[in-house]
Design a protein around this ligand. Structure first.
Ligand SMILES: NC(=O)c1ccc[n+]([C@@H]2O[C@H](COP(=O)([O-])OP(=O)(O)OC[C@H]3O[C@@H](n4cnc5c(N)ncnc54)[C@H](O)[C@@H]3O)[C@@H](O)[C@H]2O)c1
Length: 254
């Protein structure tokens, strides 16, 4: 039986909707009658997502376009267009993200400027650009969910830029939650463990090895399992939850 979330007729903005967890979120929300505006920097990812969603014929309506979350003006225009076309903004899911090209190679003393800037710009400044635009346009009682990681909760060697960015997302989330609580807008983040997506497979390929699955549930998480948690955080069932980090990692950090 499919779980029902109370998101019908809500308007939700999603970043990174062309792949992995972001795509699973878009699909789940549309299947439950929410209207979704999603973006991605990858034209290929967007085209594939659009054609799969059209073929599925979900009850919710969607709009999508190419936006680079590093570009504040592009993000502002996307959110303005979302409100203009879909009439309002009830929720936002900021999941666009990248891993460093030098993951598992560089120690802090070897970090190269380009890789550091790339990862911080997308994973941290990108989330800030999105929240800044979304909070201005969001209805009272809205909900924002940002992508942190288990790398936001502990140090991960040879992955400092990503780890620092994901720690930063937690600080950004907590600060915003303290600013918008008077409007009953909730701001939470998710800390996934190892979830089976293109990003995770790319990370494993660069590492040259897979994780040894030292966590408790001996498999990778599925994007759909994260999407369910996101949908729950968007709906009224979680209406008193804000400023939190929701860990979804099969017991990696326990
Ligand atoms: N998969 C995991 O194991 C895992 C674990 C912890 C955290 N996360 C986080 O979850 C989020 C989603 O990850 P995923 O595994 O689904 O990755 P993914 O690579 O499958 O999807 C990420 C999407 O973000 C898009 N993107 C990248 N840069 C962008 C930019 N500048 N502007 C707009 N879009 C951009 C990509 O094109 C891609 O479609 C990321 O923030 C990631 O760091 C993932």
């Amino acid at each position: 039986m499919t779980q029902t979330f109370g998101v019908k007729d809500r308007v939700v903005a999603v970043t990174g909707g062309g792949s992995g967890i972001g795509y699973a979120v878009v699909e789940l929300l549309l299947s439950q009658g929410a209207n979704v505006s999603f973006i991605d920097v990858s034209e290929k990812g967007l085209a594939e997502a659009e054609s799969k969603l059209k073929a599925a014929g979900h009850p919710g309506q969607f709009m999508s376009c190419k936006v680079d979350v590093r570009e504040g003006k592009q993000v502002d225009d996307w959110i303005a267009k979302t409100v203009e076309k879909l009439g309002k903004l009830d929720g936002a899911v900021n999941f666009a993200g990248v891993i460093p090209k030098c993951i598992n190679i560089e120690r802090v003393e070897d970090l190269n400027d380009e890789d550091w800037k790339f990862v911080i710009d997308v994973n941290l400044t990108g989330v800030m650009n999105c929240m800044r635009a979304q909070i201005k346009s969001m209805n009272n009682k809205g909900s924002i969910i940002n992508a942190s990681s288990i790398a936001g909760l502990a140090g991960f060697p040879k992955n400092a830029a990503y780890t620092a960015a994901k720690h930063g997302v937690i600080g950004l989330t907590r600060s915003a939650a303290k600013e918008v609580g008077d409007r009953e807008i909730r701001v939470n983040c998710i800390a996934p463990g190892v979830i089976d997506t293109p990003m995770q497979r790319q990370s494993s390929a660069i590492r040259g090895e897979d994780f040894e699955m030292k966590w408790q549930i001996k498999r990778k998480g599925q994007p759909e399992e994260v999407a369910g948690l996101v949908a729950w955080l968007l709906c009224d069932a979680s209406s008193f939850i804000t400023g939190t980090i929701q860990v979804i990692d099969g017991g990696f950090m326990c």
